[in-house]
Ligand binder design. Sequence first.
Ligand SMILES: Cc1ncc(COP(=O)(O)O)c(C=O)c1O
Length: 402
Amino acid sequence: MEISNDLGMNSIFSDRITDVPKSFIREILKVAVDPSVISFAGGLPNRELFPVEEIKQASIRVLEEHGRDALQYSKTEGYQELRKYISQRYVDKHNLDIPVENILITHGSQQGLDLVGKILLNKMDAVVIEEPGYLGAIQAFSVYRAAFNPVPVSEEGMDIGRLQTIMSTKAPKLIYAVPNFQNPSGISYSEANRRAVADLVRDSNTLLIEDDPYGDLRFEGVEKTSFKRLIPENTVMLGSFSKTVVPSFRLGWIVAPDNIMEKLIIAKQAADLHTNNFVQCVIYRYIKDNEFDEHIRKIISVYSSQRNAMIESIRQYFPPGIRHTSPEGGMFLWVTLPQHMSSMKLFERAIIDKVAFVPGYPFYINRKDVNTLRLNYSCVDEGTIKIGIKRLGQAIREQLAA
Ligand SMILES: Cc1ncc(COP(=O)(O)O)c(C=O)c1O
């Protein structure tokens, strides 16, 4: 029997799922899979950099050395050795003291967003979201029927005036922030901006989610102070192995203060008992048996060359007056077209010329059309980037002329 959305009476579906936006990017990717299309639309890490052989060796070692334990049910909190490794890495790389008990392993950082939403949000609770913001977060909090309050982000970070107004009038439960190489814009918050945001959140009942899946992929510039250091009691940090090892393992983690962690563990238990134990053991083995930092440096080298190729091509082929961000790391760059130009119309034009990107509007709350767009540079080689950006430049010129 096919279950219909409309049974002639009340819908069988819950209120919580009815309003959740479908992922527009998935729809776009359907068009972009045509191999003759040069796609800057995806958000995927570069598959050529996946450590396939090393993961094969790590899997064999896990199965040979403690296969039965690795294949058994396990603790909700996660594989202890992996949690200890993450804790030590925070000390070594970021000078942050995060006890193992404050780390929960999740099925990707995306599950972290869901669990935080689950333990905190009631219907119509105020949530601050970046504008433009990460679609996966908009989707995750929509399930809990959040009332979104967008705060524009620029090359400096969050619009402090807007945040201040929302803090004083809406008392938001959550602020969602991607302060390093943000998806979709590639921007990073400046040191001063982080401190201004922290000053507004400190001593409030608002929790700030510091989502940091790209932080390790820095090409240039210096690391800025984490919210976890500035406002530790108000910060929940999310991490991920998706961009530094492989995304298919769905491995991430949450760092949270004790009182929040207690509830997260209950929610995680209710959701799936624990994260896939075997892949936790494999990733740990992979990291221990290989030069993990060397691998990250390789990713940085490839992505930074591709970012440079994209920026050089934009300067060469786009008409004057078109703005773009210059990310210091990560996988995305954000383009602002002339004010009244529709990026959706440009998409329709560009796809005929066999080049794809993501029009900006799904990254905003309640906007139908905008003059911005996202370009991904992690998956396209330098030569192809040049050809694709040249085609896009031509499409922009034609759109401007029309
Ligand atoms: C900002 C941001 N947060 C979270 C995620 C989800 O990552 P994961 O694969 O760890 O679930 C992504 C993935 O693209 C992302 O861009």
